[in-house]
Design a binder for this molecule. Structure first.
Ligand code: ACO
Length: 323
């Protein structure tokens, strides 16, 4: 095996939608403030009893359907999530069971908003090492359960959802024209815990806790780290920003997307934007944006995609994919 290739994508968004105007009834905010500062217009929120694994399973089924692959062919499931169903076992094992699978490997990856980039990179490495041939790589989150719904500086920014891809082992020539993952680069720097974290967990309060964020500081780091890892990833594949057909970014804030595109001298119309519809869905946002652009026909055969994300930790990463 020389490469892994994305052969199917899927989306699941809970049916309940909360518009900005409805947020303004909960906290002291306004549609104008949220749109102007973030680009967000609405978010989906999971129903009571609708778990991260349920969202993940629905997205996974759609991805398998679009790939035309039978679920029994799946031998690796990697779920990126910061909102697991239970502290343990891994949500991926719940997904495995709900899909009716009893073989293969299933585990979670915790890198918050960068989780999908981490999961994709790990699954790719495992496929190339011969540990599996057909992987489900899923980003699934129910951040609504870790939000402080009285804190207007954070609760307006996030939503729930899941995105999935089917990643399959492929033989190739080992060139940049081969379809599949060309290069990926990941980073973390644990100094920044206090800028973005959840104030709970078994080791601290013994409760689930709530998300806490110093948004302005996170914003500053985001544009710098993202543009640098995007350039590093392209360079690792011998490519340049002008080769990129579509940037598929983590969707935190429209201004971060604009700032990052500008640093790479890429026009904003080559960046896939879903933050207006979904808000920040953490690990789900990259596969959700990818699926949206695949389904509406924007992404075409042979396109070069640059996936990128940054999140709590800090963690950040990017991946170059030939479609
Ligand atoms: N509605 C109305 N007013 C608000 C709201 C709100 N929802 N939230 C904050 N404000 C007020 C603040 O209290 C402040 O008022 P003050 O000047 O009287 O103190 C004012 O608006 C400005 O607040 P700032 O925090 O300076 O606003 P800023 O322009 O920095 O925007 C935001 C805040 C949207 C959080 C921005 O910093 C941001 O997006 N940061 C990135 C963080 C992020 O997206 N993290 C996600 C995870 S990490 C990642 O994915 C990259």
């Amino acid at each position: 095996v020389t490469r892994s290739r994305i052969v199917g994508t899927g989306t699941y968004l809970p049916s309940r939608v909360i518009e900005n105007a409805e947020m303004a009834a909960l906290v002291d905010t306004s549609d104008e403030w949220i749109v102007e500062r973030t680009g967000i217009r609405r978010r989906h929120i999971a129903a009571e009893g609708e778990l991260t694994s349920d969202l993940a399973v629905n997205a996974a089924k759609q991805a398998l359907e679009s790939a035309g692959i039978d679920v029994q062919a799946v031998d690796l499931i990697v779920v990126a999530t910061a909102t697991p169903d239970q502290t343990f076992p891994a949500t991926a094992t719940r997904v495995q069971a709900k899909l009716g699978l009893t073989h293969g490997v299933a585990f979670d990856v915790a890198a918050v908003c960068s989780g999908f980039l981490y999961a994709l990179t790990v699954a790719d490495a495992m496929i190339r090492a011969g540990q599996g041939k057909t992987a489900l790589v899923i980003g699934a989150e129910t951040f609504s359960r870790i939000l402080d719904w009285e804190d207007r500086t954070t609760c307006v920014l996030f939503g729930d959802g899941a995105g999935a891809v089917v990643l399959r082992a492929e033989e190739g020539q080992g060139t940049n024209d081969d379809k599949g993952l060309l290069a990926a680069r990941l980073h973390s720097d644990g100094r920044y815990n206090e800028l973005l974290y959840v104030d709970g967990g078994p080791g601290s309060t013994g409760t689930t806790g709530k998300l806490r964020m110093k948004g302005k500081e996170v914003f500053r780091h985001a544009v710098t780290n993202l543009s640098s890892v995007m350039l590093e990833t392209l360079a690792a594949a011998g490519l340049k920003p002008e080769d990129v057909s579509w940037v598929i970014p983590h969707q935190a804030n429209l201004r971060i997307l604009e700032g990052t595109a500008k640093k790479l001298s890429l026009p904003i119309d080559r960046v896939v934007v879903t933050v207006d519809q979904h808000a920040n869905t953490s690990a789900a946002s990259v596969p959700l944006a990818l699926d949206a652009a695949v389904r509406d026909g924007r992404i075409k055969d042979g396109d070069l995609l640059l996936l990128e994300a940054m999140g709590g930790g800090f963690t950040w990463g990017a991946a170059a994919v030939r479609w």
